[in-house]
Write a protein that binds this ligand. Sequence first.
Ligand SMILES: [Zn+2]
Length: 433
Amino acid sequence: MSKKLLFVISSIIVVFVIFAFSVKITENMNDAKLMNDYTYQSIDNGIKKPTVKALEYHRTQVNKWLLGLVLSFIVPFALLISGFSSYIRDLSFKRTGVVFLAFFIYFLIYECITTIVELPFDYYGSFVLKHLYGLSNQTLLKWILDLIENLAITVIVGSVFIYFVYTLMRRVPNLWWLVLGILMIPIIAFVTLVSPMYIDPIFNKYCKIQDVTLENKINFELKRVGIEKCNVYEVNKSIDTNEMNAYMTGILNSKRIVIWDTTLKKLTDREVLCILAHEMGHYVMNHIWKGIILGGVLSIFIFYLVNKAALFVIGNSNFGFNKIYDMASLPLIIILLNLCMFIISPAINSYSRHVEHEADVFELELTKDNDAAVSSTVKLHQNSLILPSPGIIYKLWNYDHPTFKERVEFENMYKPWENGQELNYKKYIKSDM
Ligand SMILES: [Zn+2]
């Protein structure tokens, strides 16, 4: 490794340590502020004083995020500098002369190693902690099955994708990042189209919503906003979690509204309708399509940076490969992708928060039901032990929705129809039917 590269890596480590300390400091300050802001058990705008349990749980989430970040760099880095990556490459090619199969074997070994190394962390973070704080009923067997199914899908889909990317790198070494970035738009669209129909049902059971009265109410709202041919499903998420959610997903003929059964059990019809109105807002404002196109454009930018950085690293190191399109470079590409995503995620989250706020505005304009909007938001967040607001750095890097506090304050306040003011999204809503 050249001195130049060593300097770059050391600098990144120093910056990350400072970053982690800053996160912890801003979180402590935020905890103190919350205790100060919510001194009484009285309810402020519908938000109760955060419990000790919620504060503790939030702290575990912050630690989990920081540790996960470290692992996402350390594991591929270890595979890279130990020379293990080039060892797996040689092993894969020894087993088969078919290039695609070699990629498959390489990626299978790579994913198995990563999964095993990260297993204790995953188990603690996504199983033990969730049970400890009463957020999950999942059995260990279901957790293990989900893990194996996830691994299988990642290896199958991932190896096809990686084979495709590396072929592109070899064929058009100077412009692969541009071609791939442009192709990401149809690829993301295809995944969005296919996953609700073929991937999601692998993990949970989806069926048409059983409550006919609620279904009629939902269909009435769908008609009011002009969404046609949209099925409403419920999914048995209660076997995995006590948390609540509902969403609209898919594109073209895979579009559907999905409500977790936990949500149907814990929320009133009015509250469910508010959540779905928010989802319909995403749909009519084309947030899914905008997301797909933005994803493609961002990919071009990210792949460009990854290409530049990878060439720099390869030129200043000896990890057992000297071309970017050598499959042994995969851990390097993954490190660089993680690094780019880390740098860019505050911008992506900020855009997402903006879009989520638009959907909240739409929800209120469609339902004009501030009370149910507030109570659904409060139930959803307090049930998941989410704090009214997190520390600023944690928010920038992790919040793709406005904070709980921001959403409730807005939902309490926004009533333009009461003063005869024009609605922002009038054009999407058919006048009262
Ligand atoms: Zn949303």
